[in-house]
Each structure stands twice: as structure tokens, then as C-alpha cells.
Design a protein around this ligand. Structure first.
Ligand SMILES: CC(C)(COP(=O)(O)OP(=O)(O)OC[C@H]1O[C@@H](n2cnc3c(N)ncnc32)[C@H](O)[C@@H]1OP(=O)(O)O)[C@@H](O)C(=O)NCCC(=O)NCCS
Length: 173
């Protein structure tokens, strides 16, 4: 399967994408949801609130868009205004293993570095070795354990940036 597909593109999401993002979550298979459940419950108001926070700058939300307007993937940093943002990512089951998760992760990590975020955290089920392979590729490493569906069934991973706020200011034109 080719990793190139020009019919999809990565773009920031905002309030105008609420319907498409809700439809994305409604369309996820049980296998994807088993690993990926970023919201306790997916309702239109939960999705709207997430995108409102994106518009307000507390969340960085990216979507993988298809030509027909559907959202096929979602990656985000939550809690940008708090101490330590958390990262989440999920793709539609029809496009796994084609490099889109890596591309979305690269874009989120780049954004975190541009903001000189010192530490980004995530949790991932221990059995989700594919996701862990992607996270390690972008500098995440295990720093603890946590519970998701069962006791201590997940790793906490973190990525520490070596880029400081001063570096960012100095690189500005
Ligand atoms: C996790 C996820 C975002 C990764 O995105 P993706 O597009 O499928 O992954 P990519 O194709 O970018 O990369 C997968 C990498 O893992 C490797 N890989 C694939 N299956 C693997 C497995 N079972 N064990 C270890 N590595 C695996 C691939 O070889 C590839 O590595 P490479 O880029 O060095 O060749 C996506 O699979 C997904 O949404 N899964 C379901 C939901 C989910 O698990 N979300 C994360 C919750 S923490």
C-alpha cells in the first residue's frame, strides 16, 4: 500500500468542522475505539466544545481531510494553556498503516516545538504496539503506567523538547 495519497490533506480544525468531526467519531470501528477513546462520550456538544477550545487556542486540533469533505483522522494537543499538554490521535480504520498517523504526529510535534512546549504527554495501551512505534519515532518514551480499560494496561509516554522559549524568540525574524 502506498504511503502517498494526494486526495487527503492535513489541516487545522475549528468550529466549522463540528459536523464532519462528529461524523468521523460516529464512523469509527470497535477495533479503533478499543484503543482510542479521547472523549468519555462523543456528543455534538463535546465535539463543539473541543473545537471551540481549538478556536480559542487551548487546543491544537488537526484533521486529515478527504476530498469529499469527510474527516478521516484527528490529532490534537489538549490543555495548551495548562502545564503539560496531552496528545491524542486516531484514524479511520480504512486508512491505517499508510503513514498518515506519522504525518499527523509530525505536524503536532512541530507545532509543540514552535510553541516551545517543554513536555507533551500521552497514554497508550501496552498492547497498542503500532501506536507506540509511531510515538517513539517522534521522541516519546515511556515514563509511567496508567489504567484505561484495565488496571495498569497502558503506558504513559512523554516527549521533552530541548527547544526553549528563548530559542524560539531568537529564531523569529
Ligand atoms: C496509531 C495510529 C495513529 C498510527 O497511524 P498509522 O498511520 O496507522 O501508522 P503509520 O503508518 O504512520 O506508522 C506505523 C508504524 O508502525 C509500524 N507498525 C505497524 N504495525 C505494527 C505493530 N503491530 N507493532 C509495531 N509496529 C508496527 C509500521 O511499520 C510503521 O513504522 P515505520 O513508519 O517505521 O514503517 C493509527 O494506526 C490509529 O489510529 N490506530 C487506531 C487508533 C489508535 O490506536 N490510536 C492511538 C491511541 S493511543
Amino acid at each position: 500500500m502506498t504511503k502517498k495519497d494526494s486526495s487527503r490533506s492535513i489541516r487545522p480544525l475549528g468550529a466549522q468542522d463540528a459536523e464532519a468531526l462528529f461524523a468521523f467519531y460516529q464512523a469509527l470501528s470497535d477495533d479503533v475505539v478499543y484503543f482510542y477513546r479521547p472523549f468519555r462520550e462523543v456528543t455534538t456538544s463535546v465535539i463543539r466544545e473541543h473545537l471551540k477550545q481549538a478556536d480559542e487556542g487551548d487546543v491544537y486540533a488537526l484533521g486529515l481531510g478527504a476530498e469529499d469533505g469527510r474527516v478521516m483522522g484527528h490529532a490534537f494537543l489538549n490543555g495548551l494553556r495548562g502545564g503539560s499538554p496531552s496528545f491524542g490521535i486516531g484514524l479511520h480504520q480504512s486508512i491505517l498503516d499508510r503513514g498518515w498517523g506519522s504525518r499527523l504526529t509530525a505536524a503536532v510535534v512541530q507545532h509543540a516545538d514552535e510553541l516551545a512546549i517543554a513536555r507533551v504527554e500521552l497514554s497508550v495501551m501496552k498492547e497498542n504496539t503500532r501506536a507506540q512505534a509511531v510515538y517513539r519515532k517522534f521522541g516519546f518514551s515511556v515514563c509511567g503506567e496508567t489504567s484505561f480499560r484495565g488496571e495498569n494496561d497502558s503506558w504513559v509516554m512523554e516527549r521533552r523538547s530541548t527547544r526553549t522559549y528563548t530559542d524560539v524568540k531568537e529564531s523569529e525574524p
